[in-house]
Write a protein that binds this ligand. Structure first.
Ligand code: CUA
Length: 335
């Protein structure tokens, strides 16, 4: 490291902490708000204690004591005073800790109560390395499955039902709520409300293998009307491809490896191993938001998944350049 290294490192850390896009300290919902307020309170108390300890130490170092006649035989008074101070401070420390624990308990209770009486349930299944998103409905034909983008209506209590298909993951959208683990064989829930329409970035927060850092998600809070419109659109079965290229692409999709892992409603592709691609082109990104949703990125991802995301379960399928262009043209129109 050069001499400017440490300064650069500190500056980078400070600036990173200021970025607001995924900061837990710029809350956009009551859940994150409770957590942020608790954080600032703990921070203020800890800062106060630290300042008191530092000033006490400086005071003790600077204070001049009169020389004792017999330093090894202190009088009774010399031991009584420190004892009072030590007992006093122990009691104060205990009281502070108890107060913080109580506040923490009530914050946890408020967080648990955010779901209210009738939250909207969404099932999230973590897997290496993407998020399966399922909107269950009492009517099975109204159940919707998608991936990595989570649409919710703003203002409505949401309950995520969290599971994992392989290892432990952790769901975290810092601006909206705290973390919750997705554990194989266990169902966890996480309740939250998003205050205003917008897009909020999320990230897997538990190391879950090689591509843990590329396990991103986007929470899109819509107005209730926009959400209903989005849902209705996602429920539609895509019409047959219009252009010749896309129609040829559909044949590539159905005859090469793609059909083994993916589903596209209204076609023979009905596998559940990989993300549902029925409306893939309506999403923000691909490969769990590793790449943006563009023609070039789609082609790069299909041509060389291991190059984009080493270790991913998506295998490379042998396609000629023409076949690749066609399959991309097909996927691109699945809006
Ligand atoms: Cu999933 Cu880290």
């Amino acid at each position: 490291m050069t001499r400017r290294g440490p300064a650069l490192l500190i500056a980078t850390l400070l600036l990173t902490a200021c970025s607001s896009e995924t900061s837990a300290l710029s809350p956009q919902g009551p859940g994150a708000d409770i957590i942020a307020r608790l954080f600032w309170l703990f921070f203020a108390v800890a800062l106060g204690v630290w300042l008191l300890v530092c000033s006490g130490m400086i005071f003790a170092l600077l204070r001049r004591r009169p020389a004792e006649a017999h330093p090894l035989l202190p009088g009774e008074d010399a031991e009584a005073r420190p004892r009072i101070v030590i007992y006093g401070l122990t009691v104060v420390t205990g009281l502070i800790l108890m107060a913080l624990a109580t506040l923490s308990f009530f914050a946890g209770r408020s967080l648990a109560g955010l779901g209210g009486e009738d939250p909207m349930e969404i099932e999230i299944t973590g897997q290496q390395w993407w998020w399966k998103v399922r909107y269950p409905d009492a009517n099975p034909s109204r159940t919707l499955t998608t991936a990595n983008d989570i649409h919710v209506p703003a203002g409505r209590p949401i309950r995520l039902v969290l599971q994992s298909r392989d290892v432990i993951h952790s769901f975290w959208i810092p601006e909206i709520t705290g973390k919750r683990d997705l554990i194989p064989g266990q169902v966890n829930t996480l309740d939250f409300i998003v205050s205003a329409p917008g897009e909020y970035r999320g990230q897997c927060a538990e190391f879950c293998g090689f591509q843990h850092a590329h396990m991103r998600l986007v929470l899109i809070a819509d107005t209730p009307a926009d959400f209903a419109r989005w849902y209705a659109r996602q429920m539609e079965t895509p019409p047959p491809p219009i252009t010749q290229e896309a129609a040829a692409g559909q044949q590539v999709f159905l005859t090469k490896g793609c059909v083994m892992c993916h589903r596209v409603a209204g076609t023979p592709a009905q596998a559940q191993l990989g993300p549902d691609l029925t409306h893939v082109a309506s999403r923000k990104g691909i490969a769990a938001n590793t790449l943006p949703m563009t023609r070039g990125a789609l082609a790069a991802w299909i041509a060389d998944p291991q190059g984009v995301k080493p270790g991913t379960n998506m295998p490379r399928v042998d396609l000629s350049a023409d076949e690749l262009n066609r399959v991309v043209a097909y996927l691109e129109q699945l809006k």
